[in-house]
Write a protein that binds this ligand. Structure first.
Ligand code: GLU
Length: 430
């Protein structure tokens, strides 16, 4: 971008253990904007979400008592198309977190060349303490409060932390009831029966596997000589582990909220999945030795996949990480203060906005299929996703080389440049 004025990269604020996610996103945004010489007006435009909605969700609990929950939907940008992004249910959901996650969705879609903008939503609640009926009521009331925001051509939600196919089915049904017609394309990540796509559930983990293998190839690592540690054993972590193992890698460490497990001879991921199916968590899993949680990320391994939650790799543990490649399955698992430490150590970090973009890519395929009313085979879904993930990896890699920056900053540069150029051609309506 041409500009007369550029941005000064500010040193991060004083040391904090848990980074504010919006600040964490902005630290990287600022570096990329500076390198791009982004015009000040465009900088301001892209920093600020286009819409931030907070809704109150009153629910009659099972005993008749009324409880009020707070819900959010932040649309960061819709310049490239309808905004897209998940909905999460968690006690620590906040507007700042939504703002960061919505912006990450904008960058993610831009990197993948998907015609979507970025959004994120959530409800502040503890789903583990709520019955299915209460979750259904929360979801339906949240949806009806946001009925003018959502829509196949406006804003399209998807699952995220603690939401799933059932949640999407309730959103789709509530929206359809209000519209007086069945509208599958209003959400993605739906059950197959309701117009979901084959391969959507595994898509994020599959995407992680594809970019990890592509990165390994770049630096001459062979799957059969590669040991992998995966943090998080939900949808993303377990599928990444399973698929990397299928490719010949040895999974030596896995972990979830219940504990971390290590087996240097290799963990049978299918057995671990079977265990979780019956016991809910990995607690007591007999196929590996339990180790302290904090040791999992620091294990001697070739590839580390943090696929649990935000701020796991921080300035406190980054120097102890021994992996050669980090594939960020979660959104924001590395704090901005850890970035320079990992860079110094020469670790190749595949940033979240590229590494976990397989999910939104197959969401895009689902939306396309719903709108056309013609459904694809699993082969078609998987091979198109693989093509797009590899193409995105190479574009990010080339951008990073051109600017002589880590892949994360390369990814931001690519994304911001694309959205900024689109914005310039469209012009400012006033
Ligand atoms: N929640 C997922 C993400 O963070 C998927 C979003 C989507 O498919 O719209 O990428």
């Amino acid at each position: 971008m041409s500009s007369t004025q550029s941005f000064i990269y500010k040193e991060p604020a004083p040391i904090l253990d848990k980074e504010n996610p919006f600040e964490s996103m902005m630290q990287r945004f600022d570096i990329a904007a500076h390198l791009l010489n982004l015009e000040p007006g465009l900088y301001e435009y892209l920093k600020m979400p286009v819409r931030q909605v907070i809704v109150s969700i009153p629910i009659a609990m099972d005993n008749g008592e009324v409880k009020v929950f707070e819900g959010y939907r932040v649309i960061h940008n819709d310049i490239l198309g309808p905004s897209k992004g998940g909905i999460r249910y968690a006690p620590d959901v906040s507007l700042d977190e939504m703002k960061a996650l919505a912006a990450w969705m904008t960058w993610k879609c831009a990197i993948m060349s998907i015609p979507f903008g970025g959004a994120k939503g959530g409800v502040k609640c503890d789903p583990s303490k709520l019955s299915s009926l209460q979750l259904e009521k929360i979801t339906r009331r949240y949806t009806s409060n946001l009925i003018d925001i959502f829509g196949p051509d406006r804003d399209v939600p998807a699952p995220d932390m603690n939401t799933n196919e059932q949640t999407m089915a309730w959103i789709m049904d509530t929206y359809s009831m209000h519209m007086r017609r069945t509208e599958p394309a209003v959400v993605t990540g739906k059950p197959l029966l309701l117009g979901g796509s084959l391969g959507r559930r595994e898509a994020t983990g599959r995407g992680c596997m594809i970019v990890t293998l592509t990165a390994m190839e770049k630096i001459g690592m062979k799957p059969k000589d590669t040991s992998v540690v995966v943090q998080g054993f939900g949808n993303v972590g377990s599928v990444s582990a399973q698929l990397l193992r299928e490719q010949g890698c040895k999974i030596i460490g896995i972990g979830d909220i219940s504990g971390a497990f290590y087996n240097k001879k290799g963990i049978d991921v299918d057995k671990a999945l079977e265990w979780v199916k019956h016991n809910k968590t990995l607690a007591g899993f007999p196929g590996a030795e339990q180790i302290p949680q904090e040791e999992l990320l620091e294990l001697e391994c070739d590839v580390l996949v943090p696929a649990a939650k935000e701020d796991q790799i921080t300035q406190w543990n980054a120097s102890k990480i021994k992996a050669k490649i980090i594939c960020e399955g979660a959104n924001g698992p590395t704090s901005s203060k850890a970035d320079p430490i990992l860079q110094e150590k020469g670790i190749l970090v595949i940033p979240d906005i590229l590494a976990n973009a397989g999910g939104v890519t197959v969401s895009y395929f689902e939306w396309v299929q719903d709108r056309v009313g013609y459904f694809w085979s699993l082969d078609r879904v998987n091979s198109r996703m693989e093509q797009m993930m590899k193409a995105a990896f190479h574009s990010v890699y080339e951008t990073a080389e051109r600017y002589n920056v880590p892949l994360r900053i390369g990814a931001y540069i690519l994304a911001i440049d694309k959205v900024a150029r689109t914005l310039k051609i469209r012009g400012i309506y006033a």
